[in-house]
Design a protein around this ligand. Structure first.
Ligand SMILES: [Ca+2]
Ligand SMILES: [Ca+2]
Length: 268
């Protein structure tokens, strides 16, 4: 999942020798602290410091979300928002959404080859806990799945999605219940099926029919994601109402997978 980090830090080998001789603009105390909170050595910290400065385009010594998103290795990663959020775990407006050098180092340390498994697991959980309430609820998991399944979504598909969302009013679907199972509602799917049948009966053009066929396909895809979420909660959630997954549930669920192995970079 995070192969981009290999490339991101892969540059260090070729650049390392020259950087070691460059002046290190951090105090000894700062370096000591970074050594304590990460699994990097001084040489690696120097490389990371250089990369940090390159990323910090406006030179304010913090990486903003915009700067983070411009890193070419991150740019096209569908999870870039989540990675940024995990580098900078916000706690109720207590901090600006920026990444300091220390957070940058800590974040990369977790994802490095030597990063402790427990920290990798915590990071993986945070990636999916969008509202940072220490639980993964249906909306968290659905958002995550939508994000990773829409990696190569085209502009056309994006427009289609917006049209389908607009259709909410057109169809007048029941939104009162607000339950996760209601979207897309059977009424929406039926609306598109009926529309296709009516257009075919009226011998509409292929293009006219295709609009509704595409919508139906999109809605069916969404409905499938909802089913996956529902099934996951039934299998994994210890909560009696199956409304959320705790960190302990998450640990049990990923214990049998290589999920954590993928949260790794090679710094050697
Ligand atoms: Ca900056
Ligand atoms: Ca949550």
């Amino acid at each position: 999942m995070l192969k981009w980090l290999n490339t991101f830090l892969g540059r260090q080998n070729e650049e390392q020798s020259s950087l070691i001789n460059d002046a290190f603009d951090l105090s000894e105390e700062q370096v000591e602290e970074l050594l304590m909170v990460s699994c990097f050595d001084v040489k690696q910290l120097k490389v990371l410091r250089q990369r940090f400065k390159e990323v910090d385009v406006d030179g304010d010594n913090f990486i903003s979300k915009e700067e983070f998103e411009q890193i070419k290795e991150f740019k096209y990663n569908p999870l870039v928002d989540r990675i940024f959020a995990c580098f900078n775990p916000l706690t109720e407006n207590m901090k600006k959404p920026v990444v300091s050098f220390k957070e940058f180092v800590k974040g990369l340390s977790v994802l490095s080859e030597d990063g402790p498994k427990s920290e990798k697991l915590r990071f993986a959980f945070m990636m999916q806990d969008y509202d940072n309430d220490k639980k993964i609820d249906h909306h968290d998991l659905l958002k995550y799945l939508q994000c990773i399944t829409n990696v190569n979504i085209s502009d056309e598909e994006q427009k289609l999605r917006v049209r389908c969302q607009d259709e909410e009013h057109e169809v007048g679907a029941d939104t009162e219940g607000k339950g996760i199972d209601l979207w897309p509602s059977p009424k929406r799917l039926e609306y598109n099926e009926n529309k296709i049948a009516a257009l075919k009966a009226a011998k509409a053009t292929h293009h006219e029919i295709k609009v509704y066929v595409d919508r139906l396909k999109y809605l069916q895809g969404e409905a499938n994601l909802h089913k996956i979420v529902k099934r996951t909660f039934e299998d994994v959630a210890s909560d009696v109402n199956k409304e959320y997954i705790t960190y302990e549930d998450f640990l049990k669920a990923v214990a049998q997978t290589d999920f954590v192995g993928k949260l790794c970079i090679n710094l050697k």
